[in-house]
Design a protein around this ligand. Structure first.
Ligand SMILES: NC(=O)c1ccc[n+]([C@@H]2O[C@H](COP(=O)([O-])OP(=O)(O)OC[C@H]3O[C@@H](n4cnc5c(N)ncnc54)[C@H](O)[C@@H]3O)[C@@H](O)[C@H]2O)c1
Length: 327
C-alpha cells in the first residue's frame, strides 16, 4: 500500500516535493498544509530553476489544511515533507514526530546543534524516520563525483573545488525582511549543500579556514588529514537576479572531473590519454524523495543521508560565522 504523505509549506520546495510525491509510485500526496489562504497564486514564479512544470489540475484536487493537527485527524498520514522557512523547522518537526509521523525535513536542519540533537533523539524515542533533505547527495552529477572519489577510478582525489552562487532568493519568505533575517544567509541556505556533500564523502572536517568574505560571498577550506584531498568551497548570494550556478572541479592523481549547472546535461572528464563527456540523467529531488520512500517503507534509517550529518553541516556553518564575527 502507498504511504500517505503530506507537504507542509507549499512554496518553492513544497511545490517541488508535491509534484514528485504525485509522480512517485510508492507515495500518495494525501494533503498539503499551508498557512496562506490561496496557495496556487504565484507558485510557478518561485525558485531558481525556472518553470516548475507543476501538474496544477492534479494538485488542486489535493485537500489543503492550515494546521498539522487538523490534517492528522482527518487524513491519518504516514509521513510529512516539511518545506517551511528555517525558523519553523524545529517546532514543526517536533510536532510531526510527536504525532508519530516519519519526517523528511528540508535543509538546513535547525538553527542550533542543540535543536538538531533534540529532534534526532525524539525520532529515536518515537521510532520514526527523520531525514534532512540534502538533495545534492542524490543529484546525479554529484553522485558521479562521489563514486569517482570512492572507487578511485582516477586515483586518489587531490583537490575538490566546489562553488555555488545565485541571487538572494526573490520569492516567498525571502521577501519578508523579518523572516529573511532568520534564514541564515547564504552559508546556511546555499553553501550548506556543498558542505554537506563534502561531509558525505569525508566526514567531519578537522578544521576550517576562512579565506574571504564579502557580504554574502564566502571562500573557505574544509581541512582534512594531510593525506586526504584539499577541499575548497566558494560562493554565496550575489545580486538578486543573478543566475544560479553549482559547479565543481575535482582533480585526482590520474584525471580531472568538471561539472557546471550551466550545462546540466554533461560532466567533463580528462586524463593525459584523452577526454570524455558523460551524460547526466535523472533528477536529484525525485531520487531523494524515492530514497526516503524506500526508508519509510522498509522502516530503515536513512543511512545515505543521516540527520547526524546534517547536524554536522549546521555546526560547520556556525563555526564559519564565528570566524567572521561581524556578519
Ligand atoms: N533543497 C533545495 O534545493 C532547496 C531550495 C530552496 C529552498 N529550500 C529549503 O526549503 C525550505 C522552504 O524554502 P522555500 O524556498 O520553499 O520557501 P517559500 O517561502 O517559497 O515557501 C515556504 C512556504 O511555507 C508556508 N508556511 C509558512 N509558515 C507556515 C506554517 N506555520 N504552516 C504551514 N505553512 C507555512 C508559506 O506560506 C510558504 O508557502 C527552506 O528550508 C529552504 O532552505 C531547499
Amino acid at each position: 500500500m502507498k504511504k500517505k504523505m503530506v507537504v507542509i509549506g507549499f512554496g518553492f520546495m513544497g511545490a517541488v516535493h508535491a509534484k514528485n510525491i504525485l509522480e512517485n509510485e510508492r507515495l500518495e500526496l494525501c494533503a498539503i498544509i499551508d498557512n496562506r489562504d490561496s496557495i496556487f497564486e504565484e507558485i510557478e514564479k518561485t525558485g531558481n530553476h525556472g518553470e516548475l512544470g507543476l501538474p496544477i489540475d492534479r494538485l488542486k484536487k489535493v485537500p489543503v489544511y492550515k494546521t498539522l493537527e487538523e490534517c492528522v485527524s482527518k487524513e491519518q498520514p504516514d509521513a510529512v515533507s516539511i518545506c517551511v522557512p528555517l525558523f519553523l523547522h524545529y517546532e514543526l518537526t517536533r510536532k510531526a514526530l510527536e504525532f508519530g509521523l516519519d519526517v523528511l525535513l528540508e535543509k538546513p536542519f535547525c538553527p542550533t546543534p542543540e535543536q538538531c540533537d533534540e529532534l534526532i533523539a525524539l525520532a529515536k524515542v518515537k521510532g520514526r524516520i527523520l531525514m534532512v533533505a540534502h538533495c545534492v547527495r542524490f543529484s546525479p552529477a554529484w553522485q558521479f563525483l562521489s563514486e569517482c572519489i570512492r572507487d578511485k577510478r582516477y586515483g586518489e582525489l587531490k583537490l575538490l573545488n566546489a562553488s555555488r552562487m545565485s541571487g538572494e532568493p526573490a520569492w516567498g519568505a525571502w521577501q519578508d525582511e523579518k523572516i529573511k533575517k532568520t534564514c541564515g544567509g547564504s552559508l546556511f541556505d546555499l553553501l550548506i549543500h556543498d558542505i554537506d556533500f563534502v561531509i558525505s564523502c569525508f566526514g567531519k572536517p578537522e578544521g576550517i579556514e576562512l579565506n574571504l568574505n564579502v557580504d554574502e560571498y564566502w571562500e573557505f577550506e574544509l581541512k582534512y588529514h594531510e593525506q586526504l584531498a584539499k577541499v575548497s568551497i566558494k560562493g554565496g548570494f550575489l545580486h538578486r537576479h543573478t543566475t544560479f550556478t553549482s559547479e565543481y572541479v575535482a582533480t585526482f592523481d590520474k584525471g580531472s572531473v568538471r561539472y557546471s549547472s550551466l550545462q546540466p546535461e554533461f560532466i567533463y572528464t580528462g586524463t593525459d590519454a584523452g577526454s570524455e563527456i558523460i551524460e547526466v540523467k535523472g533528477d536529484g529531488y525525485a531520487n531523494e524523495l524515492d530514497y526516503f520512500a524506500g526508508c519509510i517503507e522498509a522502516h530503515k534509517p536513512p543511512i545515505k543521508c543521516l540527520p547526524e550529518e546534517a547536524r554536522t553541516a549546521i555546526d560547520i556553518c556556525r563555526k564559519i560565522k564565528v570566524l567572521c564575527p561581524e556578519t
